[in-house]
Write a protein that binds this ligand. Structure first.
Ligand SMILES: NC(=O)c1ccc[n+]([C@@H]2O[C@H](COP(=O)([O-])OP(=O)(O)OC[C@H]3O[C@@H](n4cnc5c(N)ncnc54)[C@H](OP(=O)(O)O)[C@@H]3O)[C@@H](O)[C@H]2O)c1
Length: 316
């Protein structure tokens, strides 16, 4: 990519898109295009086509999606399937129709089969039933990845398809409807400390195992893969290390200064029993994550405390 190339980043009001756009601009790319939903509604084919015709991006980072934790997925299965399917189809069609040279589309490790062998390898995709609590999101993402690969096969579109594990960090959401597990835990524990509460009840059994990557490492990984890959192969983007939600809760509690008792509401779903990526392929491109989990938790606790002072729910 040259400094004056027009580079589209969709979803730039969100966590990952916001960080990528900021870092690209900081590195001297002068034409990083970050249309808002009002300027380009990805669920509206005409709006997407109009925007691409006018702005003609050369490269595209397609990061927008309806994203959320278990509660949000369960509450809006139509939205997660329909909006993500429509927006992916519209973005890929427009990239092809308007001559985008290379695109990156983010998958997610949530879309591997519920019972797939761990750690999850890229070739596990579509080998078994999905986790029911986020099936709509997963089906839409799988269709999007396969469509991108079809554009590569049939039309030679250069595609980069990273599969990130749970992402957290700057720009994450703390409102409990939209938040993911790590930011939700940070909010719960910091709030409990501030309210002087000495008991906390968390969803599930705490036994589910998850892997977390800081958004700064996601941005670094996406940029590395964008330079090194063009053939539509899927590449896991994670740390390759997982821990139980109970252990994560203990670490977040310590960072927040919570010394009370943690209860588990076992009537609530755990989601997939384990999600950890095999990062062999990622490492073959020379990637190493830089932000250690405890350091990332510490920063996130600080950011949430700062946001509390300003009354916001997202730490952009
Ligand atoms: N967060 C994770 O743990 C995680 C893990 C794996 C993969 N991913 C993938 O990473 C990408 C970015 O996730 P994120 O966590 O940064 O999400 P996020 O913070 O929720 O941001 C989502 C972005 O998508 C935009 N968007 C959604 N629907 C849109 C539409 N119809 N038209 C225009 N814009 C729309 C949102 O715009 P508004 O501000 O207008 O709503 C926002 O800018 C997604 O593709 C997600 O699937 C995320």
């Amino acid at each position: 990519m040259q400094p004056d190339d027009p580079i589209l980043v969709t979803g730039a009001t969100g966590m990952v898109g916001g960080q990528l756009a900021q870092q690209l601009r900081g590195d001297g790319f002068q034409r990083v295009l970050t249309p808002t939903r009002q300027q380009m509604d990805l669920c509206d084919a005409a709006s997407v086509d109009r925007w691409f015709a006018q702005h003609r991006p050369k490269y595209a980072f397609l990061l927008a999606a309806q994203v959320g934790g278990i509660a949000a997925n369960v509450a809006d299965p139509v939205g997660f399937l329909e909006n993500n399917l429509l927006s992916a189809v519209h973005q890929l069609q427009a990239c092809h129709r308007h001559g985008v040279e290379k695109l990156l589309l983010l998958g997610s490790t949530c879309i591997y089969p519920r019972e797939c062998p761990q750690p999850m390898r890229e070739d596990s995709l579509l080998t078994g039933p999905l986790e029911p609590t986020n099936e709509g999101y997963a089906l839409a993402k799988i269709a999007a990845l396969r469509l991108a690969q079809a554009y590569h096969t049939q039309h030679g579109m250069q595609c980069v398809l990273p599969m990130p594990c749970n992402i957290y960090g700057t720009g994450d959401h703390f409102d409990l409807q939209r938040s993911h597990v790590l930011s939700a835990l940070v909010k719960r524990f910091v709030d409990a400390v501030e309210q002087g509460s000495d008991e906390i009840t968390l969803w599930g059994t705490g036994s589910a195992r998850r892997e977390f990557i800081h958004v700064d490492d996601v941005v670094a990984g996406m940029r590395l893969l964008f330079d090194r890959v063009d053939d539509g192969q899927i590449v896991n983007l994670g740390t390759g290390e997982d821990l139980s939600i109970a252990e994560l809760a203990t670490r977040v509690a310590a960072a927040a200064g919570f010394t009370g008792t943690i209860h588990w509401d076992t009537s609530r779903p755990d989601g997939m029993p384990r999600k950890c990526t095999d990062v062999t392929r990622l490492k073959s491109f020379g990637f190493e994550p830089r932000v250690d989990l405890d350091e990332g938790i510490r920063r996130t606790v600080q950011q949430y405390r700062r946001l509390n002072e300003t009354g916001s729910t997202s730490n952009k």
